[in-house]
Design a protein around this ligand. Structure first.
Ligand code: UDX
Length: 438
């Protein structure tokens, strides 16, 4: 079986490599020549555990190809996945220009029956638009080649993308006819060894499922951040409350960790986009509007605590900041709370010395620049700093040597944005500890 995956970002590259790994012939297509040449040389455009190995292995075997030529790639392909970006437009709705450009190109070049499946997170009714673009492009050519549109949203998490793809909780596929369903079933057969949860549905429901899933997870996080902020005020401990509620299987113990707010390429964008869809259809998604508001406020919570301790004039202060990516095991800094925290500290006159195990290049080149100093390692960041802010919970930050930190820091103050340290223990060691709702 041969397929084409258009777009070599997170979703496209991981999907392409994983499909190849179970024996499917995959051509990954991208308009970015540099990226494609890099991939042929084994250079990954993103950091993702296990990805390099699986890409190299399958490229070497010939099952995985990289190309910039979509028309060539789709020859003989049974399925074309559209996995290009859907950046938020100015009004918060997902911008479909890349998705529809691919649909148009498919329509201009296809020679036989194809299933065109969107894997990018796209607003409800995009399937109809993709169909329209392909049909229009075919009409221009004066041809009428049969095809099917499908929606196959991807639920993989950054940092665990390969693992999530290979062992999915569920595979959601929206289709409109049996022929497409049979092809998609065959394509996903190898993954059913690990999971028998392939759920077929109509296209709009599949599109909606992706947004509903991300919106529900974002809601859990904002809800817990709200509860944590209240715990602080009433003198309760949110870590206990979290454990107390998480044992109820209806609530579950995942995604109820309070912190400095959710970031990344999905939650912020998708929550905004579904709110926008609601508005377009005359419906106010009130819960999700609050979810977003709480999250925006939460990104400032650590600096609020800094102000509480040091006052608002931070001119002579230097802060060590651990973790810049929006979560551990990725170099992705899109919508990362660290960006907000750094900018706010700088605006108040402070100096920042940051350290992240993998995201510093990203930070320096794109998101932060040279406004802050970049440390050699976690301890170096703390040398002569007035306090330490833990922003992203990379495992190497979990058990530092507090003796060493106590000597490096000018004052023993810790702002723990992820509640990974123990207040009682640190206070015993002479530190002042601030957490989120603990
Ligand atoms: C998410 C979804 O999990 C995935 O299914 C979807 O396909 C894409 O969006 P991802 O953005 O990679 O994946 O990150 P995820 O691990 O879900 O974390 C998102 C954010 O929520 C991070 O900023 C994380 O720090 C935050 N988070 C997560 C919390 O603040 N508390 C939690 O309890 C869990």
């Amino acid at each position: 079986m041969k397929i084409t995956v258009v777009g070599t970002g997170y979703v496209g590259l991981v999907s392409g490599a994983c499909f190849a790994d179970v024996g499917i012939h995959v051509v990954c297509v991208d308009v970015d020549h540099k990226k494609i040449e890099g991939l042929k040389d084994g250079i990954m455009p993103i950091y993702e555990p296990g990805l390099e190995e699986i890409v190299k292995r399958n490229y070497a075997s010939g099952r995985l190809e990289f190309s910039t030529d979509l028309s060539e790639a789709i020859k003989g392909s049974e399925v074309v996945f559209i996995a290009v970006g859907t950046p938020p437009g100015e009004d918060g709705s997902a911008d479909l220009k890349y998705v529809l450009a691919v649909a148009d190109e498919i329509g201009r070049n296809m020679t036989g029956y194809l299933v065109v499946a969107t894997k990018s997170t796209v607003p409800v009714t995009t399937g109809d638009k993709v169909r329209g673009c392909i049909q229009a492009a075919q009409n221009n050519r004066g041809v009428n080649i049969p095809f099917a549109v499908a929606s196959n949203p991807e639920f993989l998490k950054e940092g665990a993308a390969v693992e999530d793809f290979m062992k999915p909780d569920r595979i959601v596929i929206g289709v409109e006819d049996e022929r497409a369903e049979a092809i998609m079933k065959r394509l996903y057969k190898p993954f059913q060894l690990n999971s028998d949860r392939i759920i077929f549905m109509d296209i709009r429901s599949a599109e909606m499922t992706k947004y509903a899933a991300n919106a529900m997870l974002a809601t859990k996080i904002s809800f817990m951040n709200d509860i944590a902020n209240l715990c602080e005020r009433v003198g309760a401990n949110v870590s206990m409350v979290r454990r107390g509620i998480g044992t109820d299987p209806r609530i579950g113990n995942k995604f109820i960790y309070p912190g400095v707010g959710y970031g990344g390429s999905c939650f912020p964008k998708d929550v905004k986009a579904i709110i926008k869809t609601g508005k377009q259809y005359g419906y106010d998604l009130k819960v999700l509007q609050a979810v977003e508001e709480v999250n925006e406020a939460q990104k400032h919570i650590l600096v609020e605590k800094v102000k509480q301790h040091f006052g608002s004039d931070l001119k002579d202060k230097t802060f060590a900041l651990w973790g810049m990516s929006f979560k551990p095991n990725t170099d992705d800094m899109r919508e990362a709370p660290a960006i907000v925290i750094i900018n706010e500290l700088l605006a108040m006159g402070a100096k920042v010395k940051g350290y992240d195990p993998v995201a510093m290049k990203e930070a320096q080149h794109i998101y932060v620049g040279d406004k802050i100093a970049y440390a050699k390692d976690a301890y170096d960041a703390c040398l002569d700093a007035d306090a330490l802010l833990l922003v992203t919970e990379w495992s190497e930050f979990r058990i530092p040597s507090w003796e060493v930190l106590g000597k490096l820091l000018k004052s023993k103050v810790i702002f723990d944005g992820r509640n990974i340290y123990d207040r009682a223990y640190l206070e015993d060691m002479g530190f002042t500890y601030y957490g989120i709702g603990v």
